[in-house]
Design a protein around this ligand. Structure first.
Ligand code: GRG
Length: 317
């Protein structure tokens, strides 16, 4: 899926870097490198065990995925400073929360999906009660990981508390769960564009914004930088969901690792359903440009964030 016609030069994001290497290739290896480190850390923090619960948690946590929220968190930290251990803790915690949300979202009482990341969903591979409990355990563990980072790095304590608060809001009733509730209750009811945007901002956008905020704050960003990162994340979060809506229409289930056409089948409110495919693609492009403009005051260190914004709407899965 490639909705970018031509790359806009804004002073920092030409197609090639100074060594002539293609930015598209570079972001792929950047993401791969981060993904591998995220997976190593997830594996270490939740080691294999003969306990059924741990086995179920690991089944979903280590079943692939793009690791986009951790990557955004790490890239945000790099754009303003550096990746410290508390940044890593946030990255790991965000992926645990994201995985829990997918497990619960796939349950028969929610979206009732049987395929995720190319594998049977957790309730299919185990059973429904185990899937509920594994999701619960991942969510609570995420906050333990953050608190432990505060204990290990007391000098970051104040910032870690801010991050805990932000992630709790983003994943809880003011954020992701409110989005899920709105989405569920709107099935079969035609929402307007404003209401649809609100669903997306809560359901998917809140955690993405929290990822960028956490990396920015713990990476050493100043209030101006954090403000710019928030603007970036707002546009990127919406672009992500708009792209997800498009993939549900035009994506390849083999590449996606999950079913397509489910939004229409379930009478879900989506951008393509509301404004059509062409307008949806245009919106995706505009959001990416908006996100990149928010970083106009940032230097070369923000190239992964800029390129990730493009990747988010160019991706095939
Ligand atoms: C807590 C039940 C509950 C739900 C929360 C976010 C959410 C609401 C549910 C997730 C379900 C979903 C399919 C949302 C649409 C967009 C989205 C989050 C897609 C999956 O995220 P990716 O593409 O997945 O980052 P990978 O597998 O790459 O991690």
């Amino acid at each position: 899926m490639n909705y970018i016609n031509k790359e806009k030069k804004n002073g920092f994001s030409p197609n090639c870097n100074s060594s002539g290497r293609n930015r598209g290739e570079e972001i792929t290896s950047y993401m791969q490198e981060k993904k591998e480190e995220v997976e190593k850390r997830l594996d270490k923090i939740l080691p294999d065990s003969d306990r059924l619960l741990v086995h179920a948690m690991r089944y979903s946590l280590l079943s692939g995925g793009k690791r986009l929220r951790p990557v955004l968190c790490l890239a945000s930290a790099e754009s303003v400073g550096s990746v410290t251990e508390p940044v890593w803790a946030s990255a790991i915690a965000l992926e645990m929360i994201h995985t829990y949300s997918l497990i619960h979202d796939d349950l028969p009482c929610m979206d009732n999906d049987s395929l995720r990341r190319g594998k049977p969903t957790l309730h299919m591979a185990f059973d429904e009660a185990t899937a509920v409990l594994a999701g619960d355990a991942l969510l609570t563990m995420a906050f333990g990981v953050l608190a432990d980072a505060g204990n290990t790095c007391p000098e970051s304590g104040g910032h870690i508390l801010q991050v805990i608060s932000r992630i709790a809001h983003a994943s809880g009733h003011p954020g992701m769960i409110e989005g899920q509730m709105r989405d569920m209750k709107a099935e079969g009811i035609q929402l307007g564009l404003f209401e649809l945007q609100k669903v997306h901002e809560h359901k998917t956008g809140a955690l993405i914004r929290a990822a960028v905020f956490s990396g920015g704050l713990l990476g050493g960003g100043n209030p101006f930088e954090i403000h710019a990162l928030e603007e970036y994340a707002k546009a990127v979060g919406l672009a992500f969901q708009v792209a997800d809506d498009l993939l549900n229409v035009e994506g390849d289930p083999k590449i996606l690792g999950k079913a397509v056409g489910t939004d229409v089948a379930k009478k879900k409110n989506t951008y393509p359903g509301l404004v059509g495919l062409e307008k949806t693609k245009e919106t995706a492009r505009e959001l990416v440009e908006e996100s990149i403009s928010a970083l106009s005051g940032f230097g070369q260190k923000a190239w992964p964030l800029r390129r990730l914004a493009r990747y988010i709407i160019e991706r095939d899965f």
